[in-house]
Design a protein around this ligand. Sequence first.
Ligand code: C5P
Length: 440
Amino acid sequence: MTEHPATEPAAPDRAALQGARVLLGVSGGVAAYKAALLARGLVTHGAQVQAVLTDAAARFVTPAQLAALTGRPVPTDLFEDAHRIVHVDLARQADVAAVAPATANVLGKLAHGLADDLLSSALLCLDAPLVLAPAMHTEMWEHPAVTANVAMLRERGALMVGPDHGPLAGGDHGPGRLAEEDAILDAVAAALGPSTAPAQATASTQPTAGDEPLAGLHAVVTAGATREHLDPVRYLTNRASGRMGYAVAGALARRGATVELIAGPGEQPDPAGVTVQRVETAREMHAAVLARADVADVVVGAAAVADFRPAETAAHKRKKGAPDETEQLTLVRNPDILGDVGARKRPGQVLVGFAAETQDEEAQGADKLARKGLDLIVVNRVDAPDAGFAVDTNRGLLLGADGTRAELPLMRKDALADRLVEAIVARLPSRDLPQTNADR
Ligand code: C5P
């Protein structure tokens, strides 16, 4: 319980706040008065801020004050406008939500799905990134219940900012102080994702209603880990959850591409509009991808494919020998799926890989880019707590075979997928506009 809370790294690109719709939740700690300054900071950066106060927050800062700073009425009551289902509207109209300060009570309610007021109800409807800036006394922050709730919320993808270590209300000192305004602004910007397309992108492919710039494009995406069986009950695998590949498949499909996702075992829900084929082993994934690679315009290898498999898969459960006996396991190399696609690459086809590294990531990524014949590679360190395997956020570098290099700051995997799709589109041969039925 002595772990020192730290502000997570965040992107400095505040331009993402321009025009963003921010749901600013304020809960009832002494630090609530600082929410007024944060609201002003967000507005200054061009955000449209909708503040929501809990009853307790309204004792520290007034709805009128926040309404004046944001230019919008500030609801506090779930039943105030019952016919409008205010909590659902609030959530749907947000590009990002930030709760600052987030009290132990709000964190606990959110972690456990409780919705007994307007703010907690709106947060349960939210389908946008969430930033939480906890503030409370050190004893509360260090209580195992709060620690567990924070871990649960992080695991679900909430970006935590702070708390900082410093003076607290009542003359105390320690961890629990609301993060500085700058850190919260950076975290909200990071949660929104980058505002600018990579230098090589020529046109925005951010989808809007009825906008399907990739209609007619065929993409194959791999995702997740593979399982390499030792016997009927044991296998070798890794920590990949599949989230990154699912996000890329979803991003391509939202822009109208026909997407086939070849996924290892996992619990990710199928992305809308994507055909999902489940496989288990690297060899099954290899066969499924190679069967489609010739017709695919884009192949994205986001799967963490096992490099080796047991030389033999026992038909029956392997038995252990004498207690002091050691067991030798012979492993053989699996096929390199993307490498094989790269070896038979068609002109105009765009191939994308991921490189999950724990050291020398840029050099390793550049080497893989060249060796596998890829056009783009996303390189990231998988030993960071907020990037890589089994979390909702990622960060890294995007390297292009054409020598381009773009930093990918901390962002949600779906934002990173959007960014990657921008770079893919910039590398596709110029395409005719999709035909309408009348054209055919
Ligand atoms: O060589 P390494 O496994 O580090 O390369 C990672 C990239 O190659 C990822 O895009 C991954 O999906 C792909 N890969 C593959 N087949 C393998 C191993 C990796 O397609 N057998």
